[in-house]
Design a protein around this ligand. Structure first.
Ligand SMILES: *[C@@H]1O[C@H](CO)[C@@H](O)[C@H](O)[C@H]1NC(C)=O
Ligand SMILES: *[C@@H]1O[C@H](CO)[C@@H](O)[C@H](O)[C@H]1NC(C)=O
Length: 411
């Protein structure tokens, strides 16, 4: 029997990339994991162990970032080939590409309503695009060096970005102005994101640090120096209580943001860890690295009474407050190796037509639903008004309750 409190465990080991794995993202429904690589391929791993993976070929140069749309119907990828591609993450693997920048695109990310994309590039600019027709909307220019990462706030009102000019910037999407600059970095700022309530941004640096800023007060609220080499990326747990980070020191670390401390160091990659990502439910996380490996871990600890886990661990470790609870060395990246090779999909020049069509159908469905809702509301109102009238009648006529039974119109 397993103990009541558990550490993260290595669940899957996905083999298929032929070069460094630079980016990873779980689908919103938790059924797929997308990864991109220096081998120019995008892989869609189906988490059902019996299903085959898809290999999407289309970019002409290494892939730098990947993200599922909030609905899960699209996957966006960016590349050193200066383009962004939007893919359908199914066996067809159709994609549409558009030239987004005049240099490497480092980052691509959807707004939470799925309508916009923000891209960041070595051309020092950020650009905002419509997803629907991949139309350029506006650019944000103030960085003085490569921009590594850009993210919308959960409410879409802000964009956070960071880069090799050692700054993290906050932009107002309505005025398109830079409204704040955080400059406390001893090297390039590699990755930035909002926490799920949008009141805090975290950033990682080549100076080995992770920093959390409260954007209501513009104060540095947490500062971690837990890695022994540059931090390439991180991911917030959806609860907001934990953060995982990946570093050139070959480790993945898990921070407890409530307690303000390091709780796990995970070993398993040989060489820099370039990407980490929690699943949207927080029950899994993935890591990818320069060793071409994609590892998928089960979080475990989140489902448990955390206090209980801490007390168990304190029995296990030294009397002095340990720098962290546990070093985890998975013995063998064992489990569930896919039997079948991936299905390879090469992109022919194709259009987004059917995706756009799907979006249109969705929009129509929403419109129909809204219409029905209005009808229902009208009928309900009518019904209630009728009921009041009939009750008044009934009172007046001195009828019994049973006799005045009201039949509303069928809704
Ligand atoms: C990690 O190491 C690579 C290769 O030496 C280097 O190019 C990169 O800038 C480093 N990343 C960070 C965050 O320090
Ligand atoms: C986001 O960060 C702020 C500032 O630390 C914190 O007050 C808030 O609870 C966080 N939200 C979530 C969902 O963790």
């Amino acid at each position: 029997p397993r103990p009541p409190s558990e550490d993260p465990t290595l669940e899957r080991h996905f083999r298929g990339h032929k070069d460094a794995v630079t980016c990873a993202d779980f689908s919103p429904n938790n059924k797929q994991l997308a990864t991109g690589s220096n081998d120019k391929n995008l892989m869609i791993w189906n988490l059902n162990p019996k299903a085959r993976a898809f290999r999407f070929m289309g970019h002409n140069d290494l892939i730098t970032a990947v993200q599922f749309s909030p609905s899960g119907h699209l996957v966006a990828s960016s590349s050193r080939d200066k383009t962004v591609r939007l893919w359908t993450p199914n066996i067809k693997g159709e994609s549409v590409a558009f030239k987004a920048h005049t240099a490497t695109v480092r980052s691509v990310s959807f707004s939470s309503d799925g309508q916009r994309l923000v891209t960041a590039s070595d051309d020092k600019s950020l650009k905002v695009w419509s997803v629907h027709r991949q139309k350029f909307i506006y650019s944000l220019n103030q960085h003085t060096n490569w921009v590594r990462c850009a993210r919308f706030s959960p409410d879409g009102r802000l964009v956070a970005s960071c880069g090799d000019d050692r700054t993290v910037r906050l932009w107002d999407t309505s005025t398109r102005q830079c409204i704040n600059t955080f400059t406390d970095y001893g090297g390039p700022a590699t990755f930035v994101d909002f926490n799920s309530s949008g009141t805090c941004i975290a950033s990682s640096g080549a100076d080995n640090t992770l920093k959390l800023w409260d954007i209501r007060t513009n104060k540095l609220i947490q500062h971690y120096q837990v890695h022994s080499a540059g931090v390439n990326c991180f991911s917030f747990h959806p609860s907001g209580n934990y953060l995982i980070s990946g570093s050139n020191d070959s480790t993945v670390k898990i921070l407890d943001l409530l307690e303000g401390r390091l709780i796990y160091t995970l070993h398993g990659h040989k060489g820099p860890v370039l990407t980490v990502a929690f699943s949207r439910q927080g029950d899994f996380f993935a890591s990818g690295g320069a060793d071409s490996q994609v590892l998928m871990w089960k979080t475990n600890f989140d489902a448990l009474n955390y206090r209980e886990m801490l007390s168990q661990h304190s029995k296990r470790v030294s009397p002095d407050p340990p720098p962290h609870l546990m070093d985890i060395y998975p013995r063998s990246p064992h489990v569930h190796l896919s039997q079948n090779g991936p299905i390879e999909v090469s992109t022919q020049p194709s259009t987004l037509e059917h995706i756009v069509h799907q979006l249109d159908v969705l929009t129509q469905t929403v419109a129909v639903l809204e219409e029905r809702l209005t009808l229902t509301e009208d009928k309900l109102k009518e019904c209630l008004e009728n009921q009041v009238l009939i009750q008044q009648e009934a009172l007046r006529a001195g009828q019994t309750h049973e006799e005045s039974r009201v039949e509303g119109p069928a809704i």
